[in-house]
Design a protein around this ligand. Structure first.
Ligand code: IVH
Length: 673
């Protein structure tokens, strides 16, 4: 490929990756699989390596993360990272101003800069000649951990500083800022973690700090981290007069500076700002726990210096903690849509920050044990960042000895099914197919295109059927009658609806076994795994009778999957639902194409655009038949499959004498002999 064509493709790939990043991070609605994304990224980095003269500074390839580390190394900050003394009231803020004046021996007004105090985790970024050289956590203030690889994945951290007429680039500079996660992305992150069977983070601060301390920066790259920069440490080759100038220049260099930063002519203006920000705080898209007041004049800052680890020239004015004392009357296990059990404290109702609170999530069993929370305890509660009420701590001196410990129940409080902690998961989960807390999700999955595929059966219909108790498990779909449907609101009006739905359901009475297995929604059993199971066991009965050892004997099946399957089928309520399917006449049929491995060990390379199949589909086919796909043509390649406009891989295959197939030839090959 010549350079012009490469530049064109690089542009395309960058735009495509940026688009998919947006779908994934901002809209929480990825369009392509992780594998497909990785392929795009790989293609991009290969091009960029081949044409090193093409500028990569704006490329999404710079943000993907690098190979995992064994551990972080330690980095000494060039100047210490101090912490702040706290003020909790107006009087504390006035005292701060008085102390400064006394120290300076002056009566004159002091001018300040005021800033929101973000609740995240502090970092130090060192730029050399305008390029991000290293980045570290605050650590003990003198030394932190080298998290450069992780910081490079954060979009709002410039990899190179912007140069301007008024803002020449210093030889070396330390930039200080707070890495944080906004409230909405935080909620989505936790939602996704729950869906994936992982423990949710207790709050955005923990999520930010935890994400930054990942040894595998590819994990950090997938976390919605952001930064606001609020100061500098050492700087060589530039001087500033005022902190305000520092903030303005940071902004010009391309760093994100909080838009609410402000100059305040005296301490009274600071107090007004403090109240104002407190008022609008709930509307901010991120959590703050106060405002920071800093002396604006840097020569005065220098004269003031620091006491122990805090500067005399700045103070954190914390918002009044919205905390109250109450009693935990009970702890219940709440079952989420995906079956995860979350312990929730039921409290004697109490006003916290103007809102009546009677429930607080305890997150998980580990959290309960860490805080040693028991039923009957007197506790301090707070609404963190004005959102989720949480238990801060137990007042142990109030204990009378009658308090009882909570244990996650062995049976689901909603449906009585077994509660299990699957092998690779920390969350406890109900595995009942008919669990009311999960039923909508289960039925929608059952009926979905990848599952049993009932046409025209959307979430609204599911919700209506479940809310009216017309169906309580997926098998009930096959017992639906015209009468039952017409008794629901709105159905008489649309005459065709009921017969259409009944017909669509009837058509799914002899589903391919693999589709049926997938539709059951067994944890860890996706479409591919369902095909493997159907191919190996041939009938539902023999799959249900399989032991963990039987399952482990199959290629592709590991202990987590085997464990999940046997537990699913040993659950009584699941057996009952499957019995109901039988009574309704649902008979899964052996798939025409049992999972064979006639392409076992064969290696395929694809080039160009396929017409009938998507790349993903082609990949699935190859893998389901035991073959594998690789990116580049080597001596080990068995087949090169060409679509429209094949690339250089075709020539390479021709000269290496490798079998070349077109799409039709490929499809022929995949048909079992
Ligand atoms: S100034 C000596 N400004 O609060 C100056 N800190 O307790 C030290 N923080 O470690 C920091 N927003 O993590 C400063 N606008 C802001 C801040 C801020 C959040 C955090 C930072 C620091 C801690 C100090």
């Amino acid at each position: 490929m010549d350079k012009a064509a490469a530049i064109k493709r690089i542009k395309e790939l960058r735009a495509l990756i940026n688009y998919h990043n947006k779908r994934y991070y901002q809209q929480d609605d990825p369009e392509i699989s992780d594998a497909e994304y990785d392929r795009l990224m790989k293609e991009l980095t290969e091009f960029e390596e081949r044409f090193p003269e093409i500028d990569v500074s704006e490329s999404p390839s710079q943000r993907v993360g690098a190979a995992p580390l064994d551990k972080f190394s330690t980095i000494s900050h060039l100047t210490p990272m101090l912490s702040l003394a706290n003020a909790f009231s107006e009087q504390d803020i006035l005292d701060f101003d008085e102390r400064i004046k006394r120290f300076l021996g002056t009566d004159e007004k002091i001018a300040f800069v005021v800033e929101p105090k973000l609740d995240g985790t502090a970092v130090n970024l060192i730029y050399e000649n305008g390029l991000l050289a290293v980045g570290a956590t605050r650590g003990d203030g003198e030394k932190g951990e080298d998290v450069t690889q992780n910081l490079r994945t954060i979009d709002s951290i410039p990899l190179s500083m912007k140069k301007g007429k008024e803002s020449p680039i210093p030889e070396r500079i330390e930039i200080r800022g707070e890495v944080y996660i906004e409230s909405e992305p935080f909620k989505k992150l936790n939602k996704r973690r729950l869906q994936e069977g992982e423990q949710p983070f207790a709050n955005p601060r923990n999520a930010a700090a935890g994400s930054l301390r990942q040894l595998d920066s590819r994990i950090t790259a997938r976390r919605p981290l952001d930064i606001f920069c609020y100061g500098i440490g050492l700087v060589a080759g530039k001087t500033f007069k005022r902190h305000w100038d520092v903030l303005q220049t940071l902004s010009r260099w391309g760093f994100r500076v909080n838009p609410y930063v402000k100059q305040a002519k005296d301490i009274h203006a600071c107090i007004a700002y403090y109240h104002h920000i407190d008022k609008i705080r709930a509307e901010l898209p991120y959590e703050i726990d106060g405002v920071v007041v800093k002396v604006d004049d840097l020569s005065i800052q220098e004269r003031l210096g620091a006491v122990s680890r805090s500067p005399r020239w700045a103070i954190a004015c914390k918002f009044a903690a919205t905390q109250e004392t109450t009693i935990i009357q009970d702890i219940i296990a709440q079952v989420g849509r995906t079956g995860v059990l979350t312990p929730v404290a039921i409290m004697k109702p109490v006003q916290v920050g103007g809102v009546m609170v009677s429930r607080a999530t305890l997150h998980n069993q580990d959290e309960i044990e860490k805080k040693d929370i028991r039923i009957g305890d007197t506790v301090i509660m707070q609404r963190a960042g004005d959102v989720i009420p949480e238990v801060v701590k137990v007042i142990e001196s109030e204990r009378r000895g009658t308090e009882t410990k909570f244990v996650i129940p062995a049976a689901c409080p909603e449906c009585g099914s077994e509660v299990v902690r699957l092998e690779d998961e920390s969350a406890y989960r109900c595995i009942g197919l008919a669990c009311p807390a999960q039923i909508k999700e289960h039925i929608a999955h059952f009926a979905s295109r990848g599952g049993i595929n009932i046409e025209g059966f959307g979430d609204k219909v599911v919700a209506q059927l479940v809310n009216t108790n017309t169906i309580i498990d997926p098998a009930d779909l096959y017992f639906l009658t015209q009468e039952k449907l017409l008794s629901m609101n709105g159905w008489q009006k649309k005459e065709v609806l009921a017969p259409k739905l009944l017909e669509a359901i009837r058509r799914t009475k002899t589903p391919p076994l693999d589709k049926f297995i997938f539709a059951l929604g067994i944890r860890h059993v996706g479409e591919h795994m369902a095909r493997v199971l159907a191919g190996s066991f041939k009938t539902l009965d023999s799959l249900m009778a399989a032991t963990e050892d039987d399952l482990l004997a199959i290629r592709d099946i590991g202990p987590e999957v085997a464990n999940s399957i046997t537990r699913f089928f040993s659950e009584q309520s699941n057996k009952r639902v499957i019995e109901k399917f039988r009574e309704a006449g649902v008979t899964p049929i052996e798939t025409a194409q049992p999972e064979s491995a006639h392409l076992a060990g064969k290696s395929f390379v694809f080039t160009g655009t396929l017409n009938k199949l998507g790349r993903n589909e082609a990949k699935e086919i190859v893998e389901s038949l035991g073959g594998k796909i690789s990116e580049s043509v080597t001596k080990k390649t068995d087949y090169v499959v060409t679509g429209e406009a094949p690339g250089s891989k075709l020539q390479k295959a021709q000269s290496a004498g490798i079998t070349i197939l077109d799409e039709e030839g490929f499809l022929q090959l995949t048909i079992r002999k």
